[in-house]
Design a protein around this ligand. Sequence first.
Ligand code: PMV
Length: 343
Amino acid sequence: MNRATAIAPANIAFTKFWGWRDEALTLPFHDTVSMTLSACTTRTTVIESGGDEIVLLDASGRERPAGESFRRRVSAHLDFLRGLASPGGGGAAPVGRGPGLRVVTRNAMPMGTGIASSASGFAALTVAGCAVLGIGNVDERTLSILARRSGSGSASRSIPGGFVRWHAGARADGADSFSESLHAPDHWALADTIAVVATEPKQVASREGHRAAPTSPLFAARLAAMEGRNRRVIAALAARDLDALGPLLEIEALELHRIAETSAEPARYRNAATDLVLERVARLREEGVGVWFTLDAGPNVHLMSLADDVPRIERALHGIAAVVAVHVNLAAPGARLVEDHLA
Ligand code: PMV
């Protein structure tokens, strides 16, 4: 049986991808830096089969209904990969060309907790899909470009391990927009303690947010600031300097949300529970704990600290009723093929 299985980690952005330079090729305006997440992984098996089928499993292995837009995005990425695999390939395959593929995918994090799984999901699908389709010459750089083409640009940062930089690149065809490891996972015992405060899917999808971002009056100032901010983030990471990194993480998160709130399609991703956690983070710092927050396009809070401080942070979060789950992550290895297949 021709099948392959890959595991890929989710990642948390230190500097955020928000806004497309090119929507069709999923190209960003500026570089971004992230950390892969050890507890938030996706395992995906792709099997050559009579036709296409997508099976979604939850953390305990039970089958769950896969939403229509998820199915469409997975099918489109399979068509893209089949297009590359076909003789003389280099573009999206017409529907129906190439082998049918059965995809079975399972997230390690509980589903429906609002923790983004598209980055880990599309990175795992890319690695397993390339293996099954026999797409050759796929080094890490190429895989990160192919994962980016899924439409979830942050999937590019889930291919390398540890602490990762996605280069925006300058070429119109996106051939230089790839991700690479800045440091291996053991470079720094930095922890991301995720405080889950909402379990409903967000009201405004990231796609809409990317599209609307440039309409915010704050967007031009952000673009002008990003080169210097990325430089400072990369230097703080290299020096393992959390006092330097922490404030930059918070500025990035707040700026992302402020841009979403002030765009032509205003979106509010935070809620009252988010603000409660943010206040607790500020108080923990007053109490002497080195902890800073970051946010994605959603209400859950990522509390960044040294691993040694996690027990103290977990205790503080357990005192907030609105926090329904806590997931602790360290930096993780990148996407890779594995032998324990899901089907
Ligand atoms: O990669 P996408 O299209 O799912 O967008 C990611 C957007 C953020 O998570 C908010 C930021 C980021 O860089 O991960």
